[in-house]
Each structure stands twice: as C-alpha cells, then as structure tokens.
Design a protein around this ligand. Sequence first.
Ligand code: NAP
Ligand code: MG
Length: 502
Amino acid sequence: MTVAMNDLSTVRPATRDFLGNEHKNFINGDWRPAIGGKTLAVIDPATGETVSRVADSDAADVNAAVGAARRAFEQRQWQQMKPAARERLLHRLADLMEANIDVLAELESIDNGKSVAVARAVDLPCAIDCLRFMAGMPSKLNGSTLKPSVPFLPDAELFAYANHVPVGVVGAIVPWNFPTLLLTWKIAPALAAGCTVVLKPAEETPLTALFVAKLATEAGFPPGVFNVVTGYGHTAGAAISSHPGIDKVTFTGSTEVGRLILQAATGNLKKVTLELGGKSPAIVMPDADLDIAIPGAASGIFFNHGQVCTAGSRLFVHKSRFDKVVEGIADIARNMKVGPGLHPDTDIGPLVSKVQQDRVCAYIASGRESGAEIIAGGDTPGGGGYFVNPTVFVNTRPDMKIVREEIFGPVLVASPYDDIEDVIAQANDTPYGLGASIWSRDVSMVHRLAPRIRAGTVWVNCHNVIDAALPFGGFKESGWGRENGIDAVKAFTETQTVVLSL
Ligand code: NAP
Ligand code: MG
C-alpha cells in the first residue's frame, strides 16, 4: 500500500503563516528566543519534513519562566483577582480557541500526524470543554468551617475555617499524543485554582501550546501567569522537575519518566501528579452484543493510532466467541485507510516520530519472534512518513513482551479466556492500572466485575470515553492522583487552616 503525501498547500492561510514563523518561548507575556540561541525542528510525521522551528530551551530559559511565574503569582493583580474575573479569563480563552478551532486542528494534525477531522471533532472540543468546565470552579472553591473542641483548652471559645489556597507556581509537562487536550487538563485547573504555570510541551508537538499562549495574551491573562518553554525532556523538562521555585509538577507521560520526575521533585518536596502509561484490557463477555463490541474494541485500540494511554491493547474474549470477535477486528484493521492526517479519508495517520515507528516495529518483530501469530497488519505501508499498519496478534502468551509492555501504537494482542476468574486474573496481571473496558449486556455481571478490575476508569460497552467531569488517572504504576472532575482543581491548592480564639 502506498500513502498520499500531506498536502500543506490545502491548509488555511493562518495555519501556513503560523508554521512559517520561527517560534520563541512565551515568558512573562513576551516572546523570547532560547538564551543559548538554539532551535529545534518541528517535523511533519506524514513526510518527515521540517515544517517549523521552535526554541530549544534549557535550564536558563526555565529559570526565567519560573521567575516570571513567581512574580506573577505574588502580584496583587493575580492574587486578588476575584474568582469571577478568573472565570471570565478562562472562558475567554475557551472562546478564542473555539474561534480558532480549524487552525488549531490543522496545526495539531501536521505536528502530531493525527487526522485533522479527529482533531477537529475530538481533541479540540474536549480541550475547550475542559477549559469551560474548570472555568466554573473558581467561584465554587469553598472550604469548610469548624468548631474545634481542643481537650487541653477546655475554657477556650474557638472557631476555625479551612480554605483552599493556590499551591503556587506549577510546572506542567505534557506528551505528544493529545498535545492541546492534555495541556488544558493541566492549565485549566491550575489557573482556576489561582496558580501560575510554566508549561513544557513535548519536543515532537510544540505548536499548539505556542498558539494557545498567543490566545492567552488576547484573552487578557496577566504577563507571567501562563508561560510556555519548548525543548527536550532531558534538558527543559528536567529543569522544571528539579526547580526549587516550582511548587508542584503535573506530568503526563511514560512511567519511566514519571519515576525521574518523582526523584527530581524530592529536592524541594514539590507536590506531584503523575498520569502515566497503561496496558488496558478490553474484556468481551460471552453475552456481549458483538455488533457493538467488535467495532468498539477495534476503536479502543486503533483510535489515535494506538497512541493513547488507555488504549485497549490487550483483548480478552470468551473462548466461545473468540474467533468471531478477533476476525471481526482484524477485518476492520485490514480495511482502515492509512494516510496523512490532512487527507479527508485517513483513518490511521503516521505515528508521531521515526523513534516511535521504530519502537512499534521492534515490538511487532518481537511478537513474531516469540511465536505470536499476526492476522492483520504487521508491517508498514512504506513512503516517507512514520506509518504502521494496524496490527492484530493472536496465539500470544502472558509472558511475551507484546503482552506485558506498553507499545503505544496500533497493535492489539488478543487472548481467549475460560471463565470470569480467569479473565479477572489475566486483566489484572500487569503493573499498570489506567483503563479497562467490559463488553456485556449482563448488568449485574458488569457491576460485580468492575470493582475487581484494578484500573482508574472502567468503561462498559464503550472505551476511551473521557470528559472534563470524569475523574481520570491510574492505579498501580499508571500514576498518582486524578485529573478532571470537580476535585481536580483542589489538586492545585494547599488546604490552609485558620484557628481563631474568640
Ligand atoms: P515521555 O517520554 O515520558 O514524555 C512526556 C514528556 O516528558 C515530554 O514532554 C518529554 O519531553 C518529557 N520528559 C522526557 N524526559 C524527561 C525528564 N527526564 N524530565 C522531565 N521531563 C521529561 O512520554 P511520551 O513518549 O512523550 O508519551 C507517551 C507516554 O505517555 C506513554 O507511556 C503513555 O501511556 C503516557 N501517557 C499517559 C497519559 C495519562 O493520562 N496517563 C496520557 C497520555 C500519555 P520530550 O519528549 O519533549 O523530550
Ligand atoms: Mg511534530
């Protein structure tokens, strides 16, 4: 199969103009080149060509951004801004993103490789929703009043209250799979809580974060409240996680880097939220409606080319339905259109980088070498981009690398199971615990099964359904803390108790 080229001449003039710029960091409301003068290439993964350049920052740039964020945090303008005024700022940013949604979707598609139609229908609307959801929070961030008893002060008349106050300067580090969406999962609750932010987008996908920074200025955020520093994880990212002037790091990425972030955070014991990897099970029960389960499980693994932390990458099907389900998913895989993100017919775009393509292909080779059987895909369509055909493995064993490790590509491993205890054991046989799906019409069975799956989100007859209102995060090595939902904003606060002797 050959794939068409990404045709950049088809994009909007505003998208082309933005790509044409050499981008700087956004610090204290200004655009500043990296202090070391270095830049790095922004690559279109559909072609491997350079489409733009951004600052290649290091510790000095992070330091400047943290200084700006600290000053902004301490300024009366931000500290004393009424909750309703912070709400209006977040709503304005959401409105500006909506007004620019087509340009943002094109930039996301060109930078990440994903289909522009998907970015336009899923990534951007969910990002805008997240801003609007969190925009409602500042005025509702209430604490509690308390009447202490204090045994050693029997005669004292005491009154106390506990307030949520912003944690301070937040460092946000995000991956490349949903660049704009995951950016909003960080900045929306942090800004709603009254924090200031230094954000580092992934090296592979910096463009939409810079575009959002431009919009934040238009929305009227005071200088220094939101800063963007582009560059590599081992330089700019590491400088954020170890910086003594940062009070909290919120990170989404791999479990491996999550551990490095934790170690770096010990210096000033900064607070840490981690959203990490996954190897999520999709469980098809004997009574499942296969007209829903087959396309649903296929979408659970192939959406965003499998580059989803909750991808349903391990499929367990009751042995009575195994052949039918697996053949149905393989058939969908074989018929998916692999192509560039800007092409309207594309189902599966390129993976984000050559590194990611090589990594996924190495997993496919490992699966083949260890004796698993490929019934769809297993190869690349060729061409200059970083494409991998959607792949389905059967005849796998629980000890195989393809079954144990997160592949983060369009690769499904499928196994049959005998009974409910067998599938619970297999589903939980992983160090991860981010997501899971159960496909069944038996409501009572679903309710009995869900709490026995060790995962932060369990979907029933659906997969990868996320929403700003739904708490999201991982058990086990999939992370620390939760994002989204009404409590997410509290993760960016400290509780302060005030005790009065009357
Ligand atoms: P990654 O390598 O961990 O990178 C994530 C971010 O961390 C990038 O911005 C990266 O920088 C930065 N980074 C790398 N090394 C660092 C260091 N030493 N110190 C500080 N920052 C550092 O992950 P990825 O490969 O981009 O993303 C895929 C992973 O993210 C998968 O494991 C996936 O499951 C996970 N993920 C989890 C969730 C979730 O919510 N749980 C959501 C999406 C993805 P550069 O890449 O720019 O150099
Ligand atoms: Mg890119």
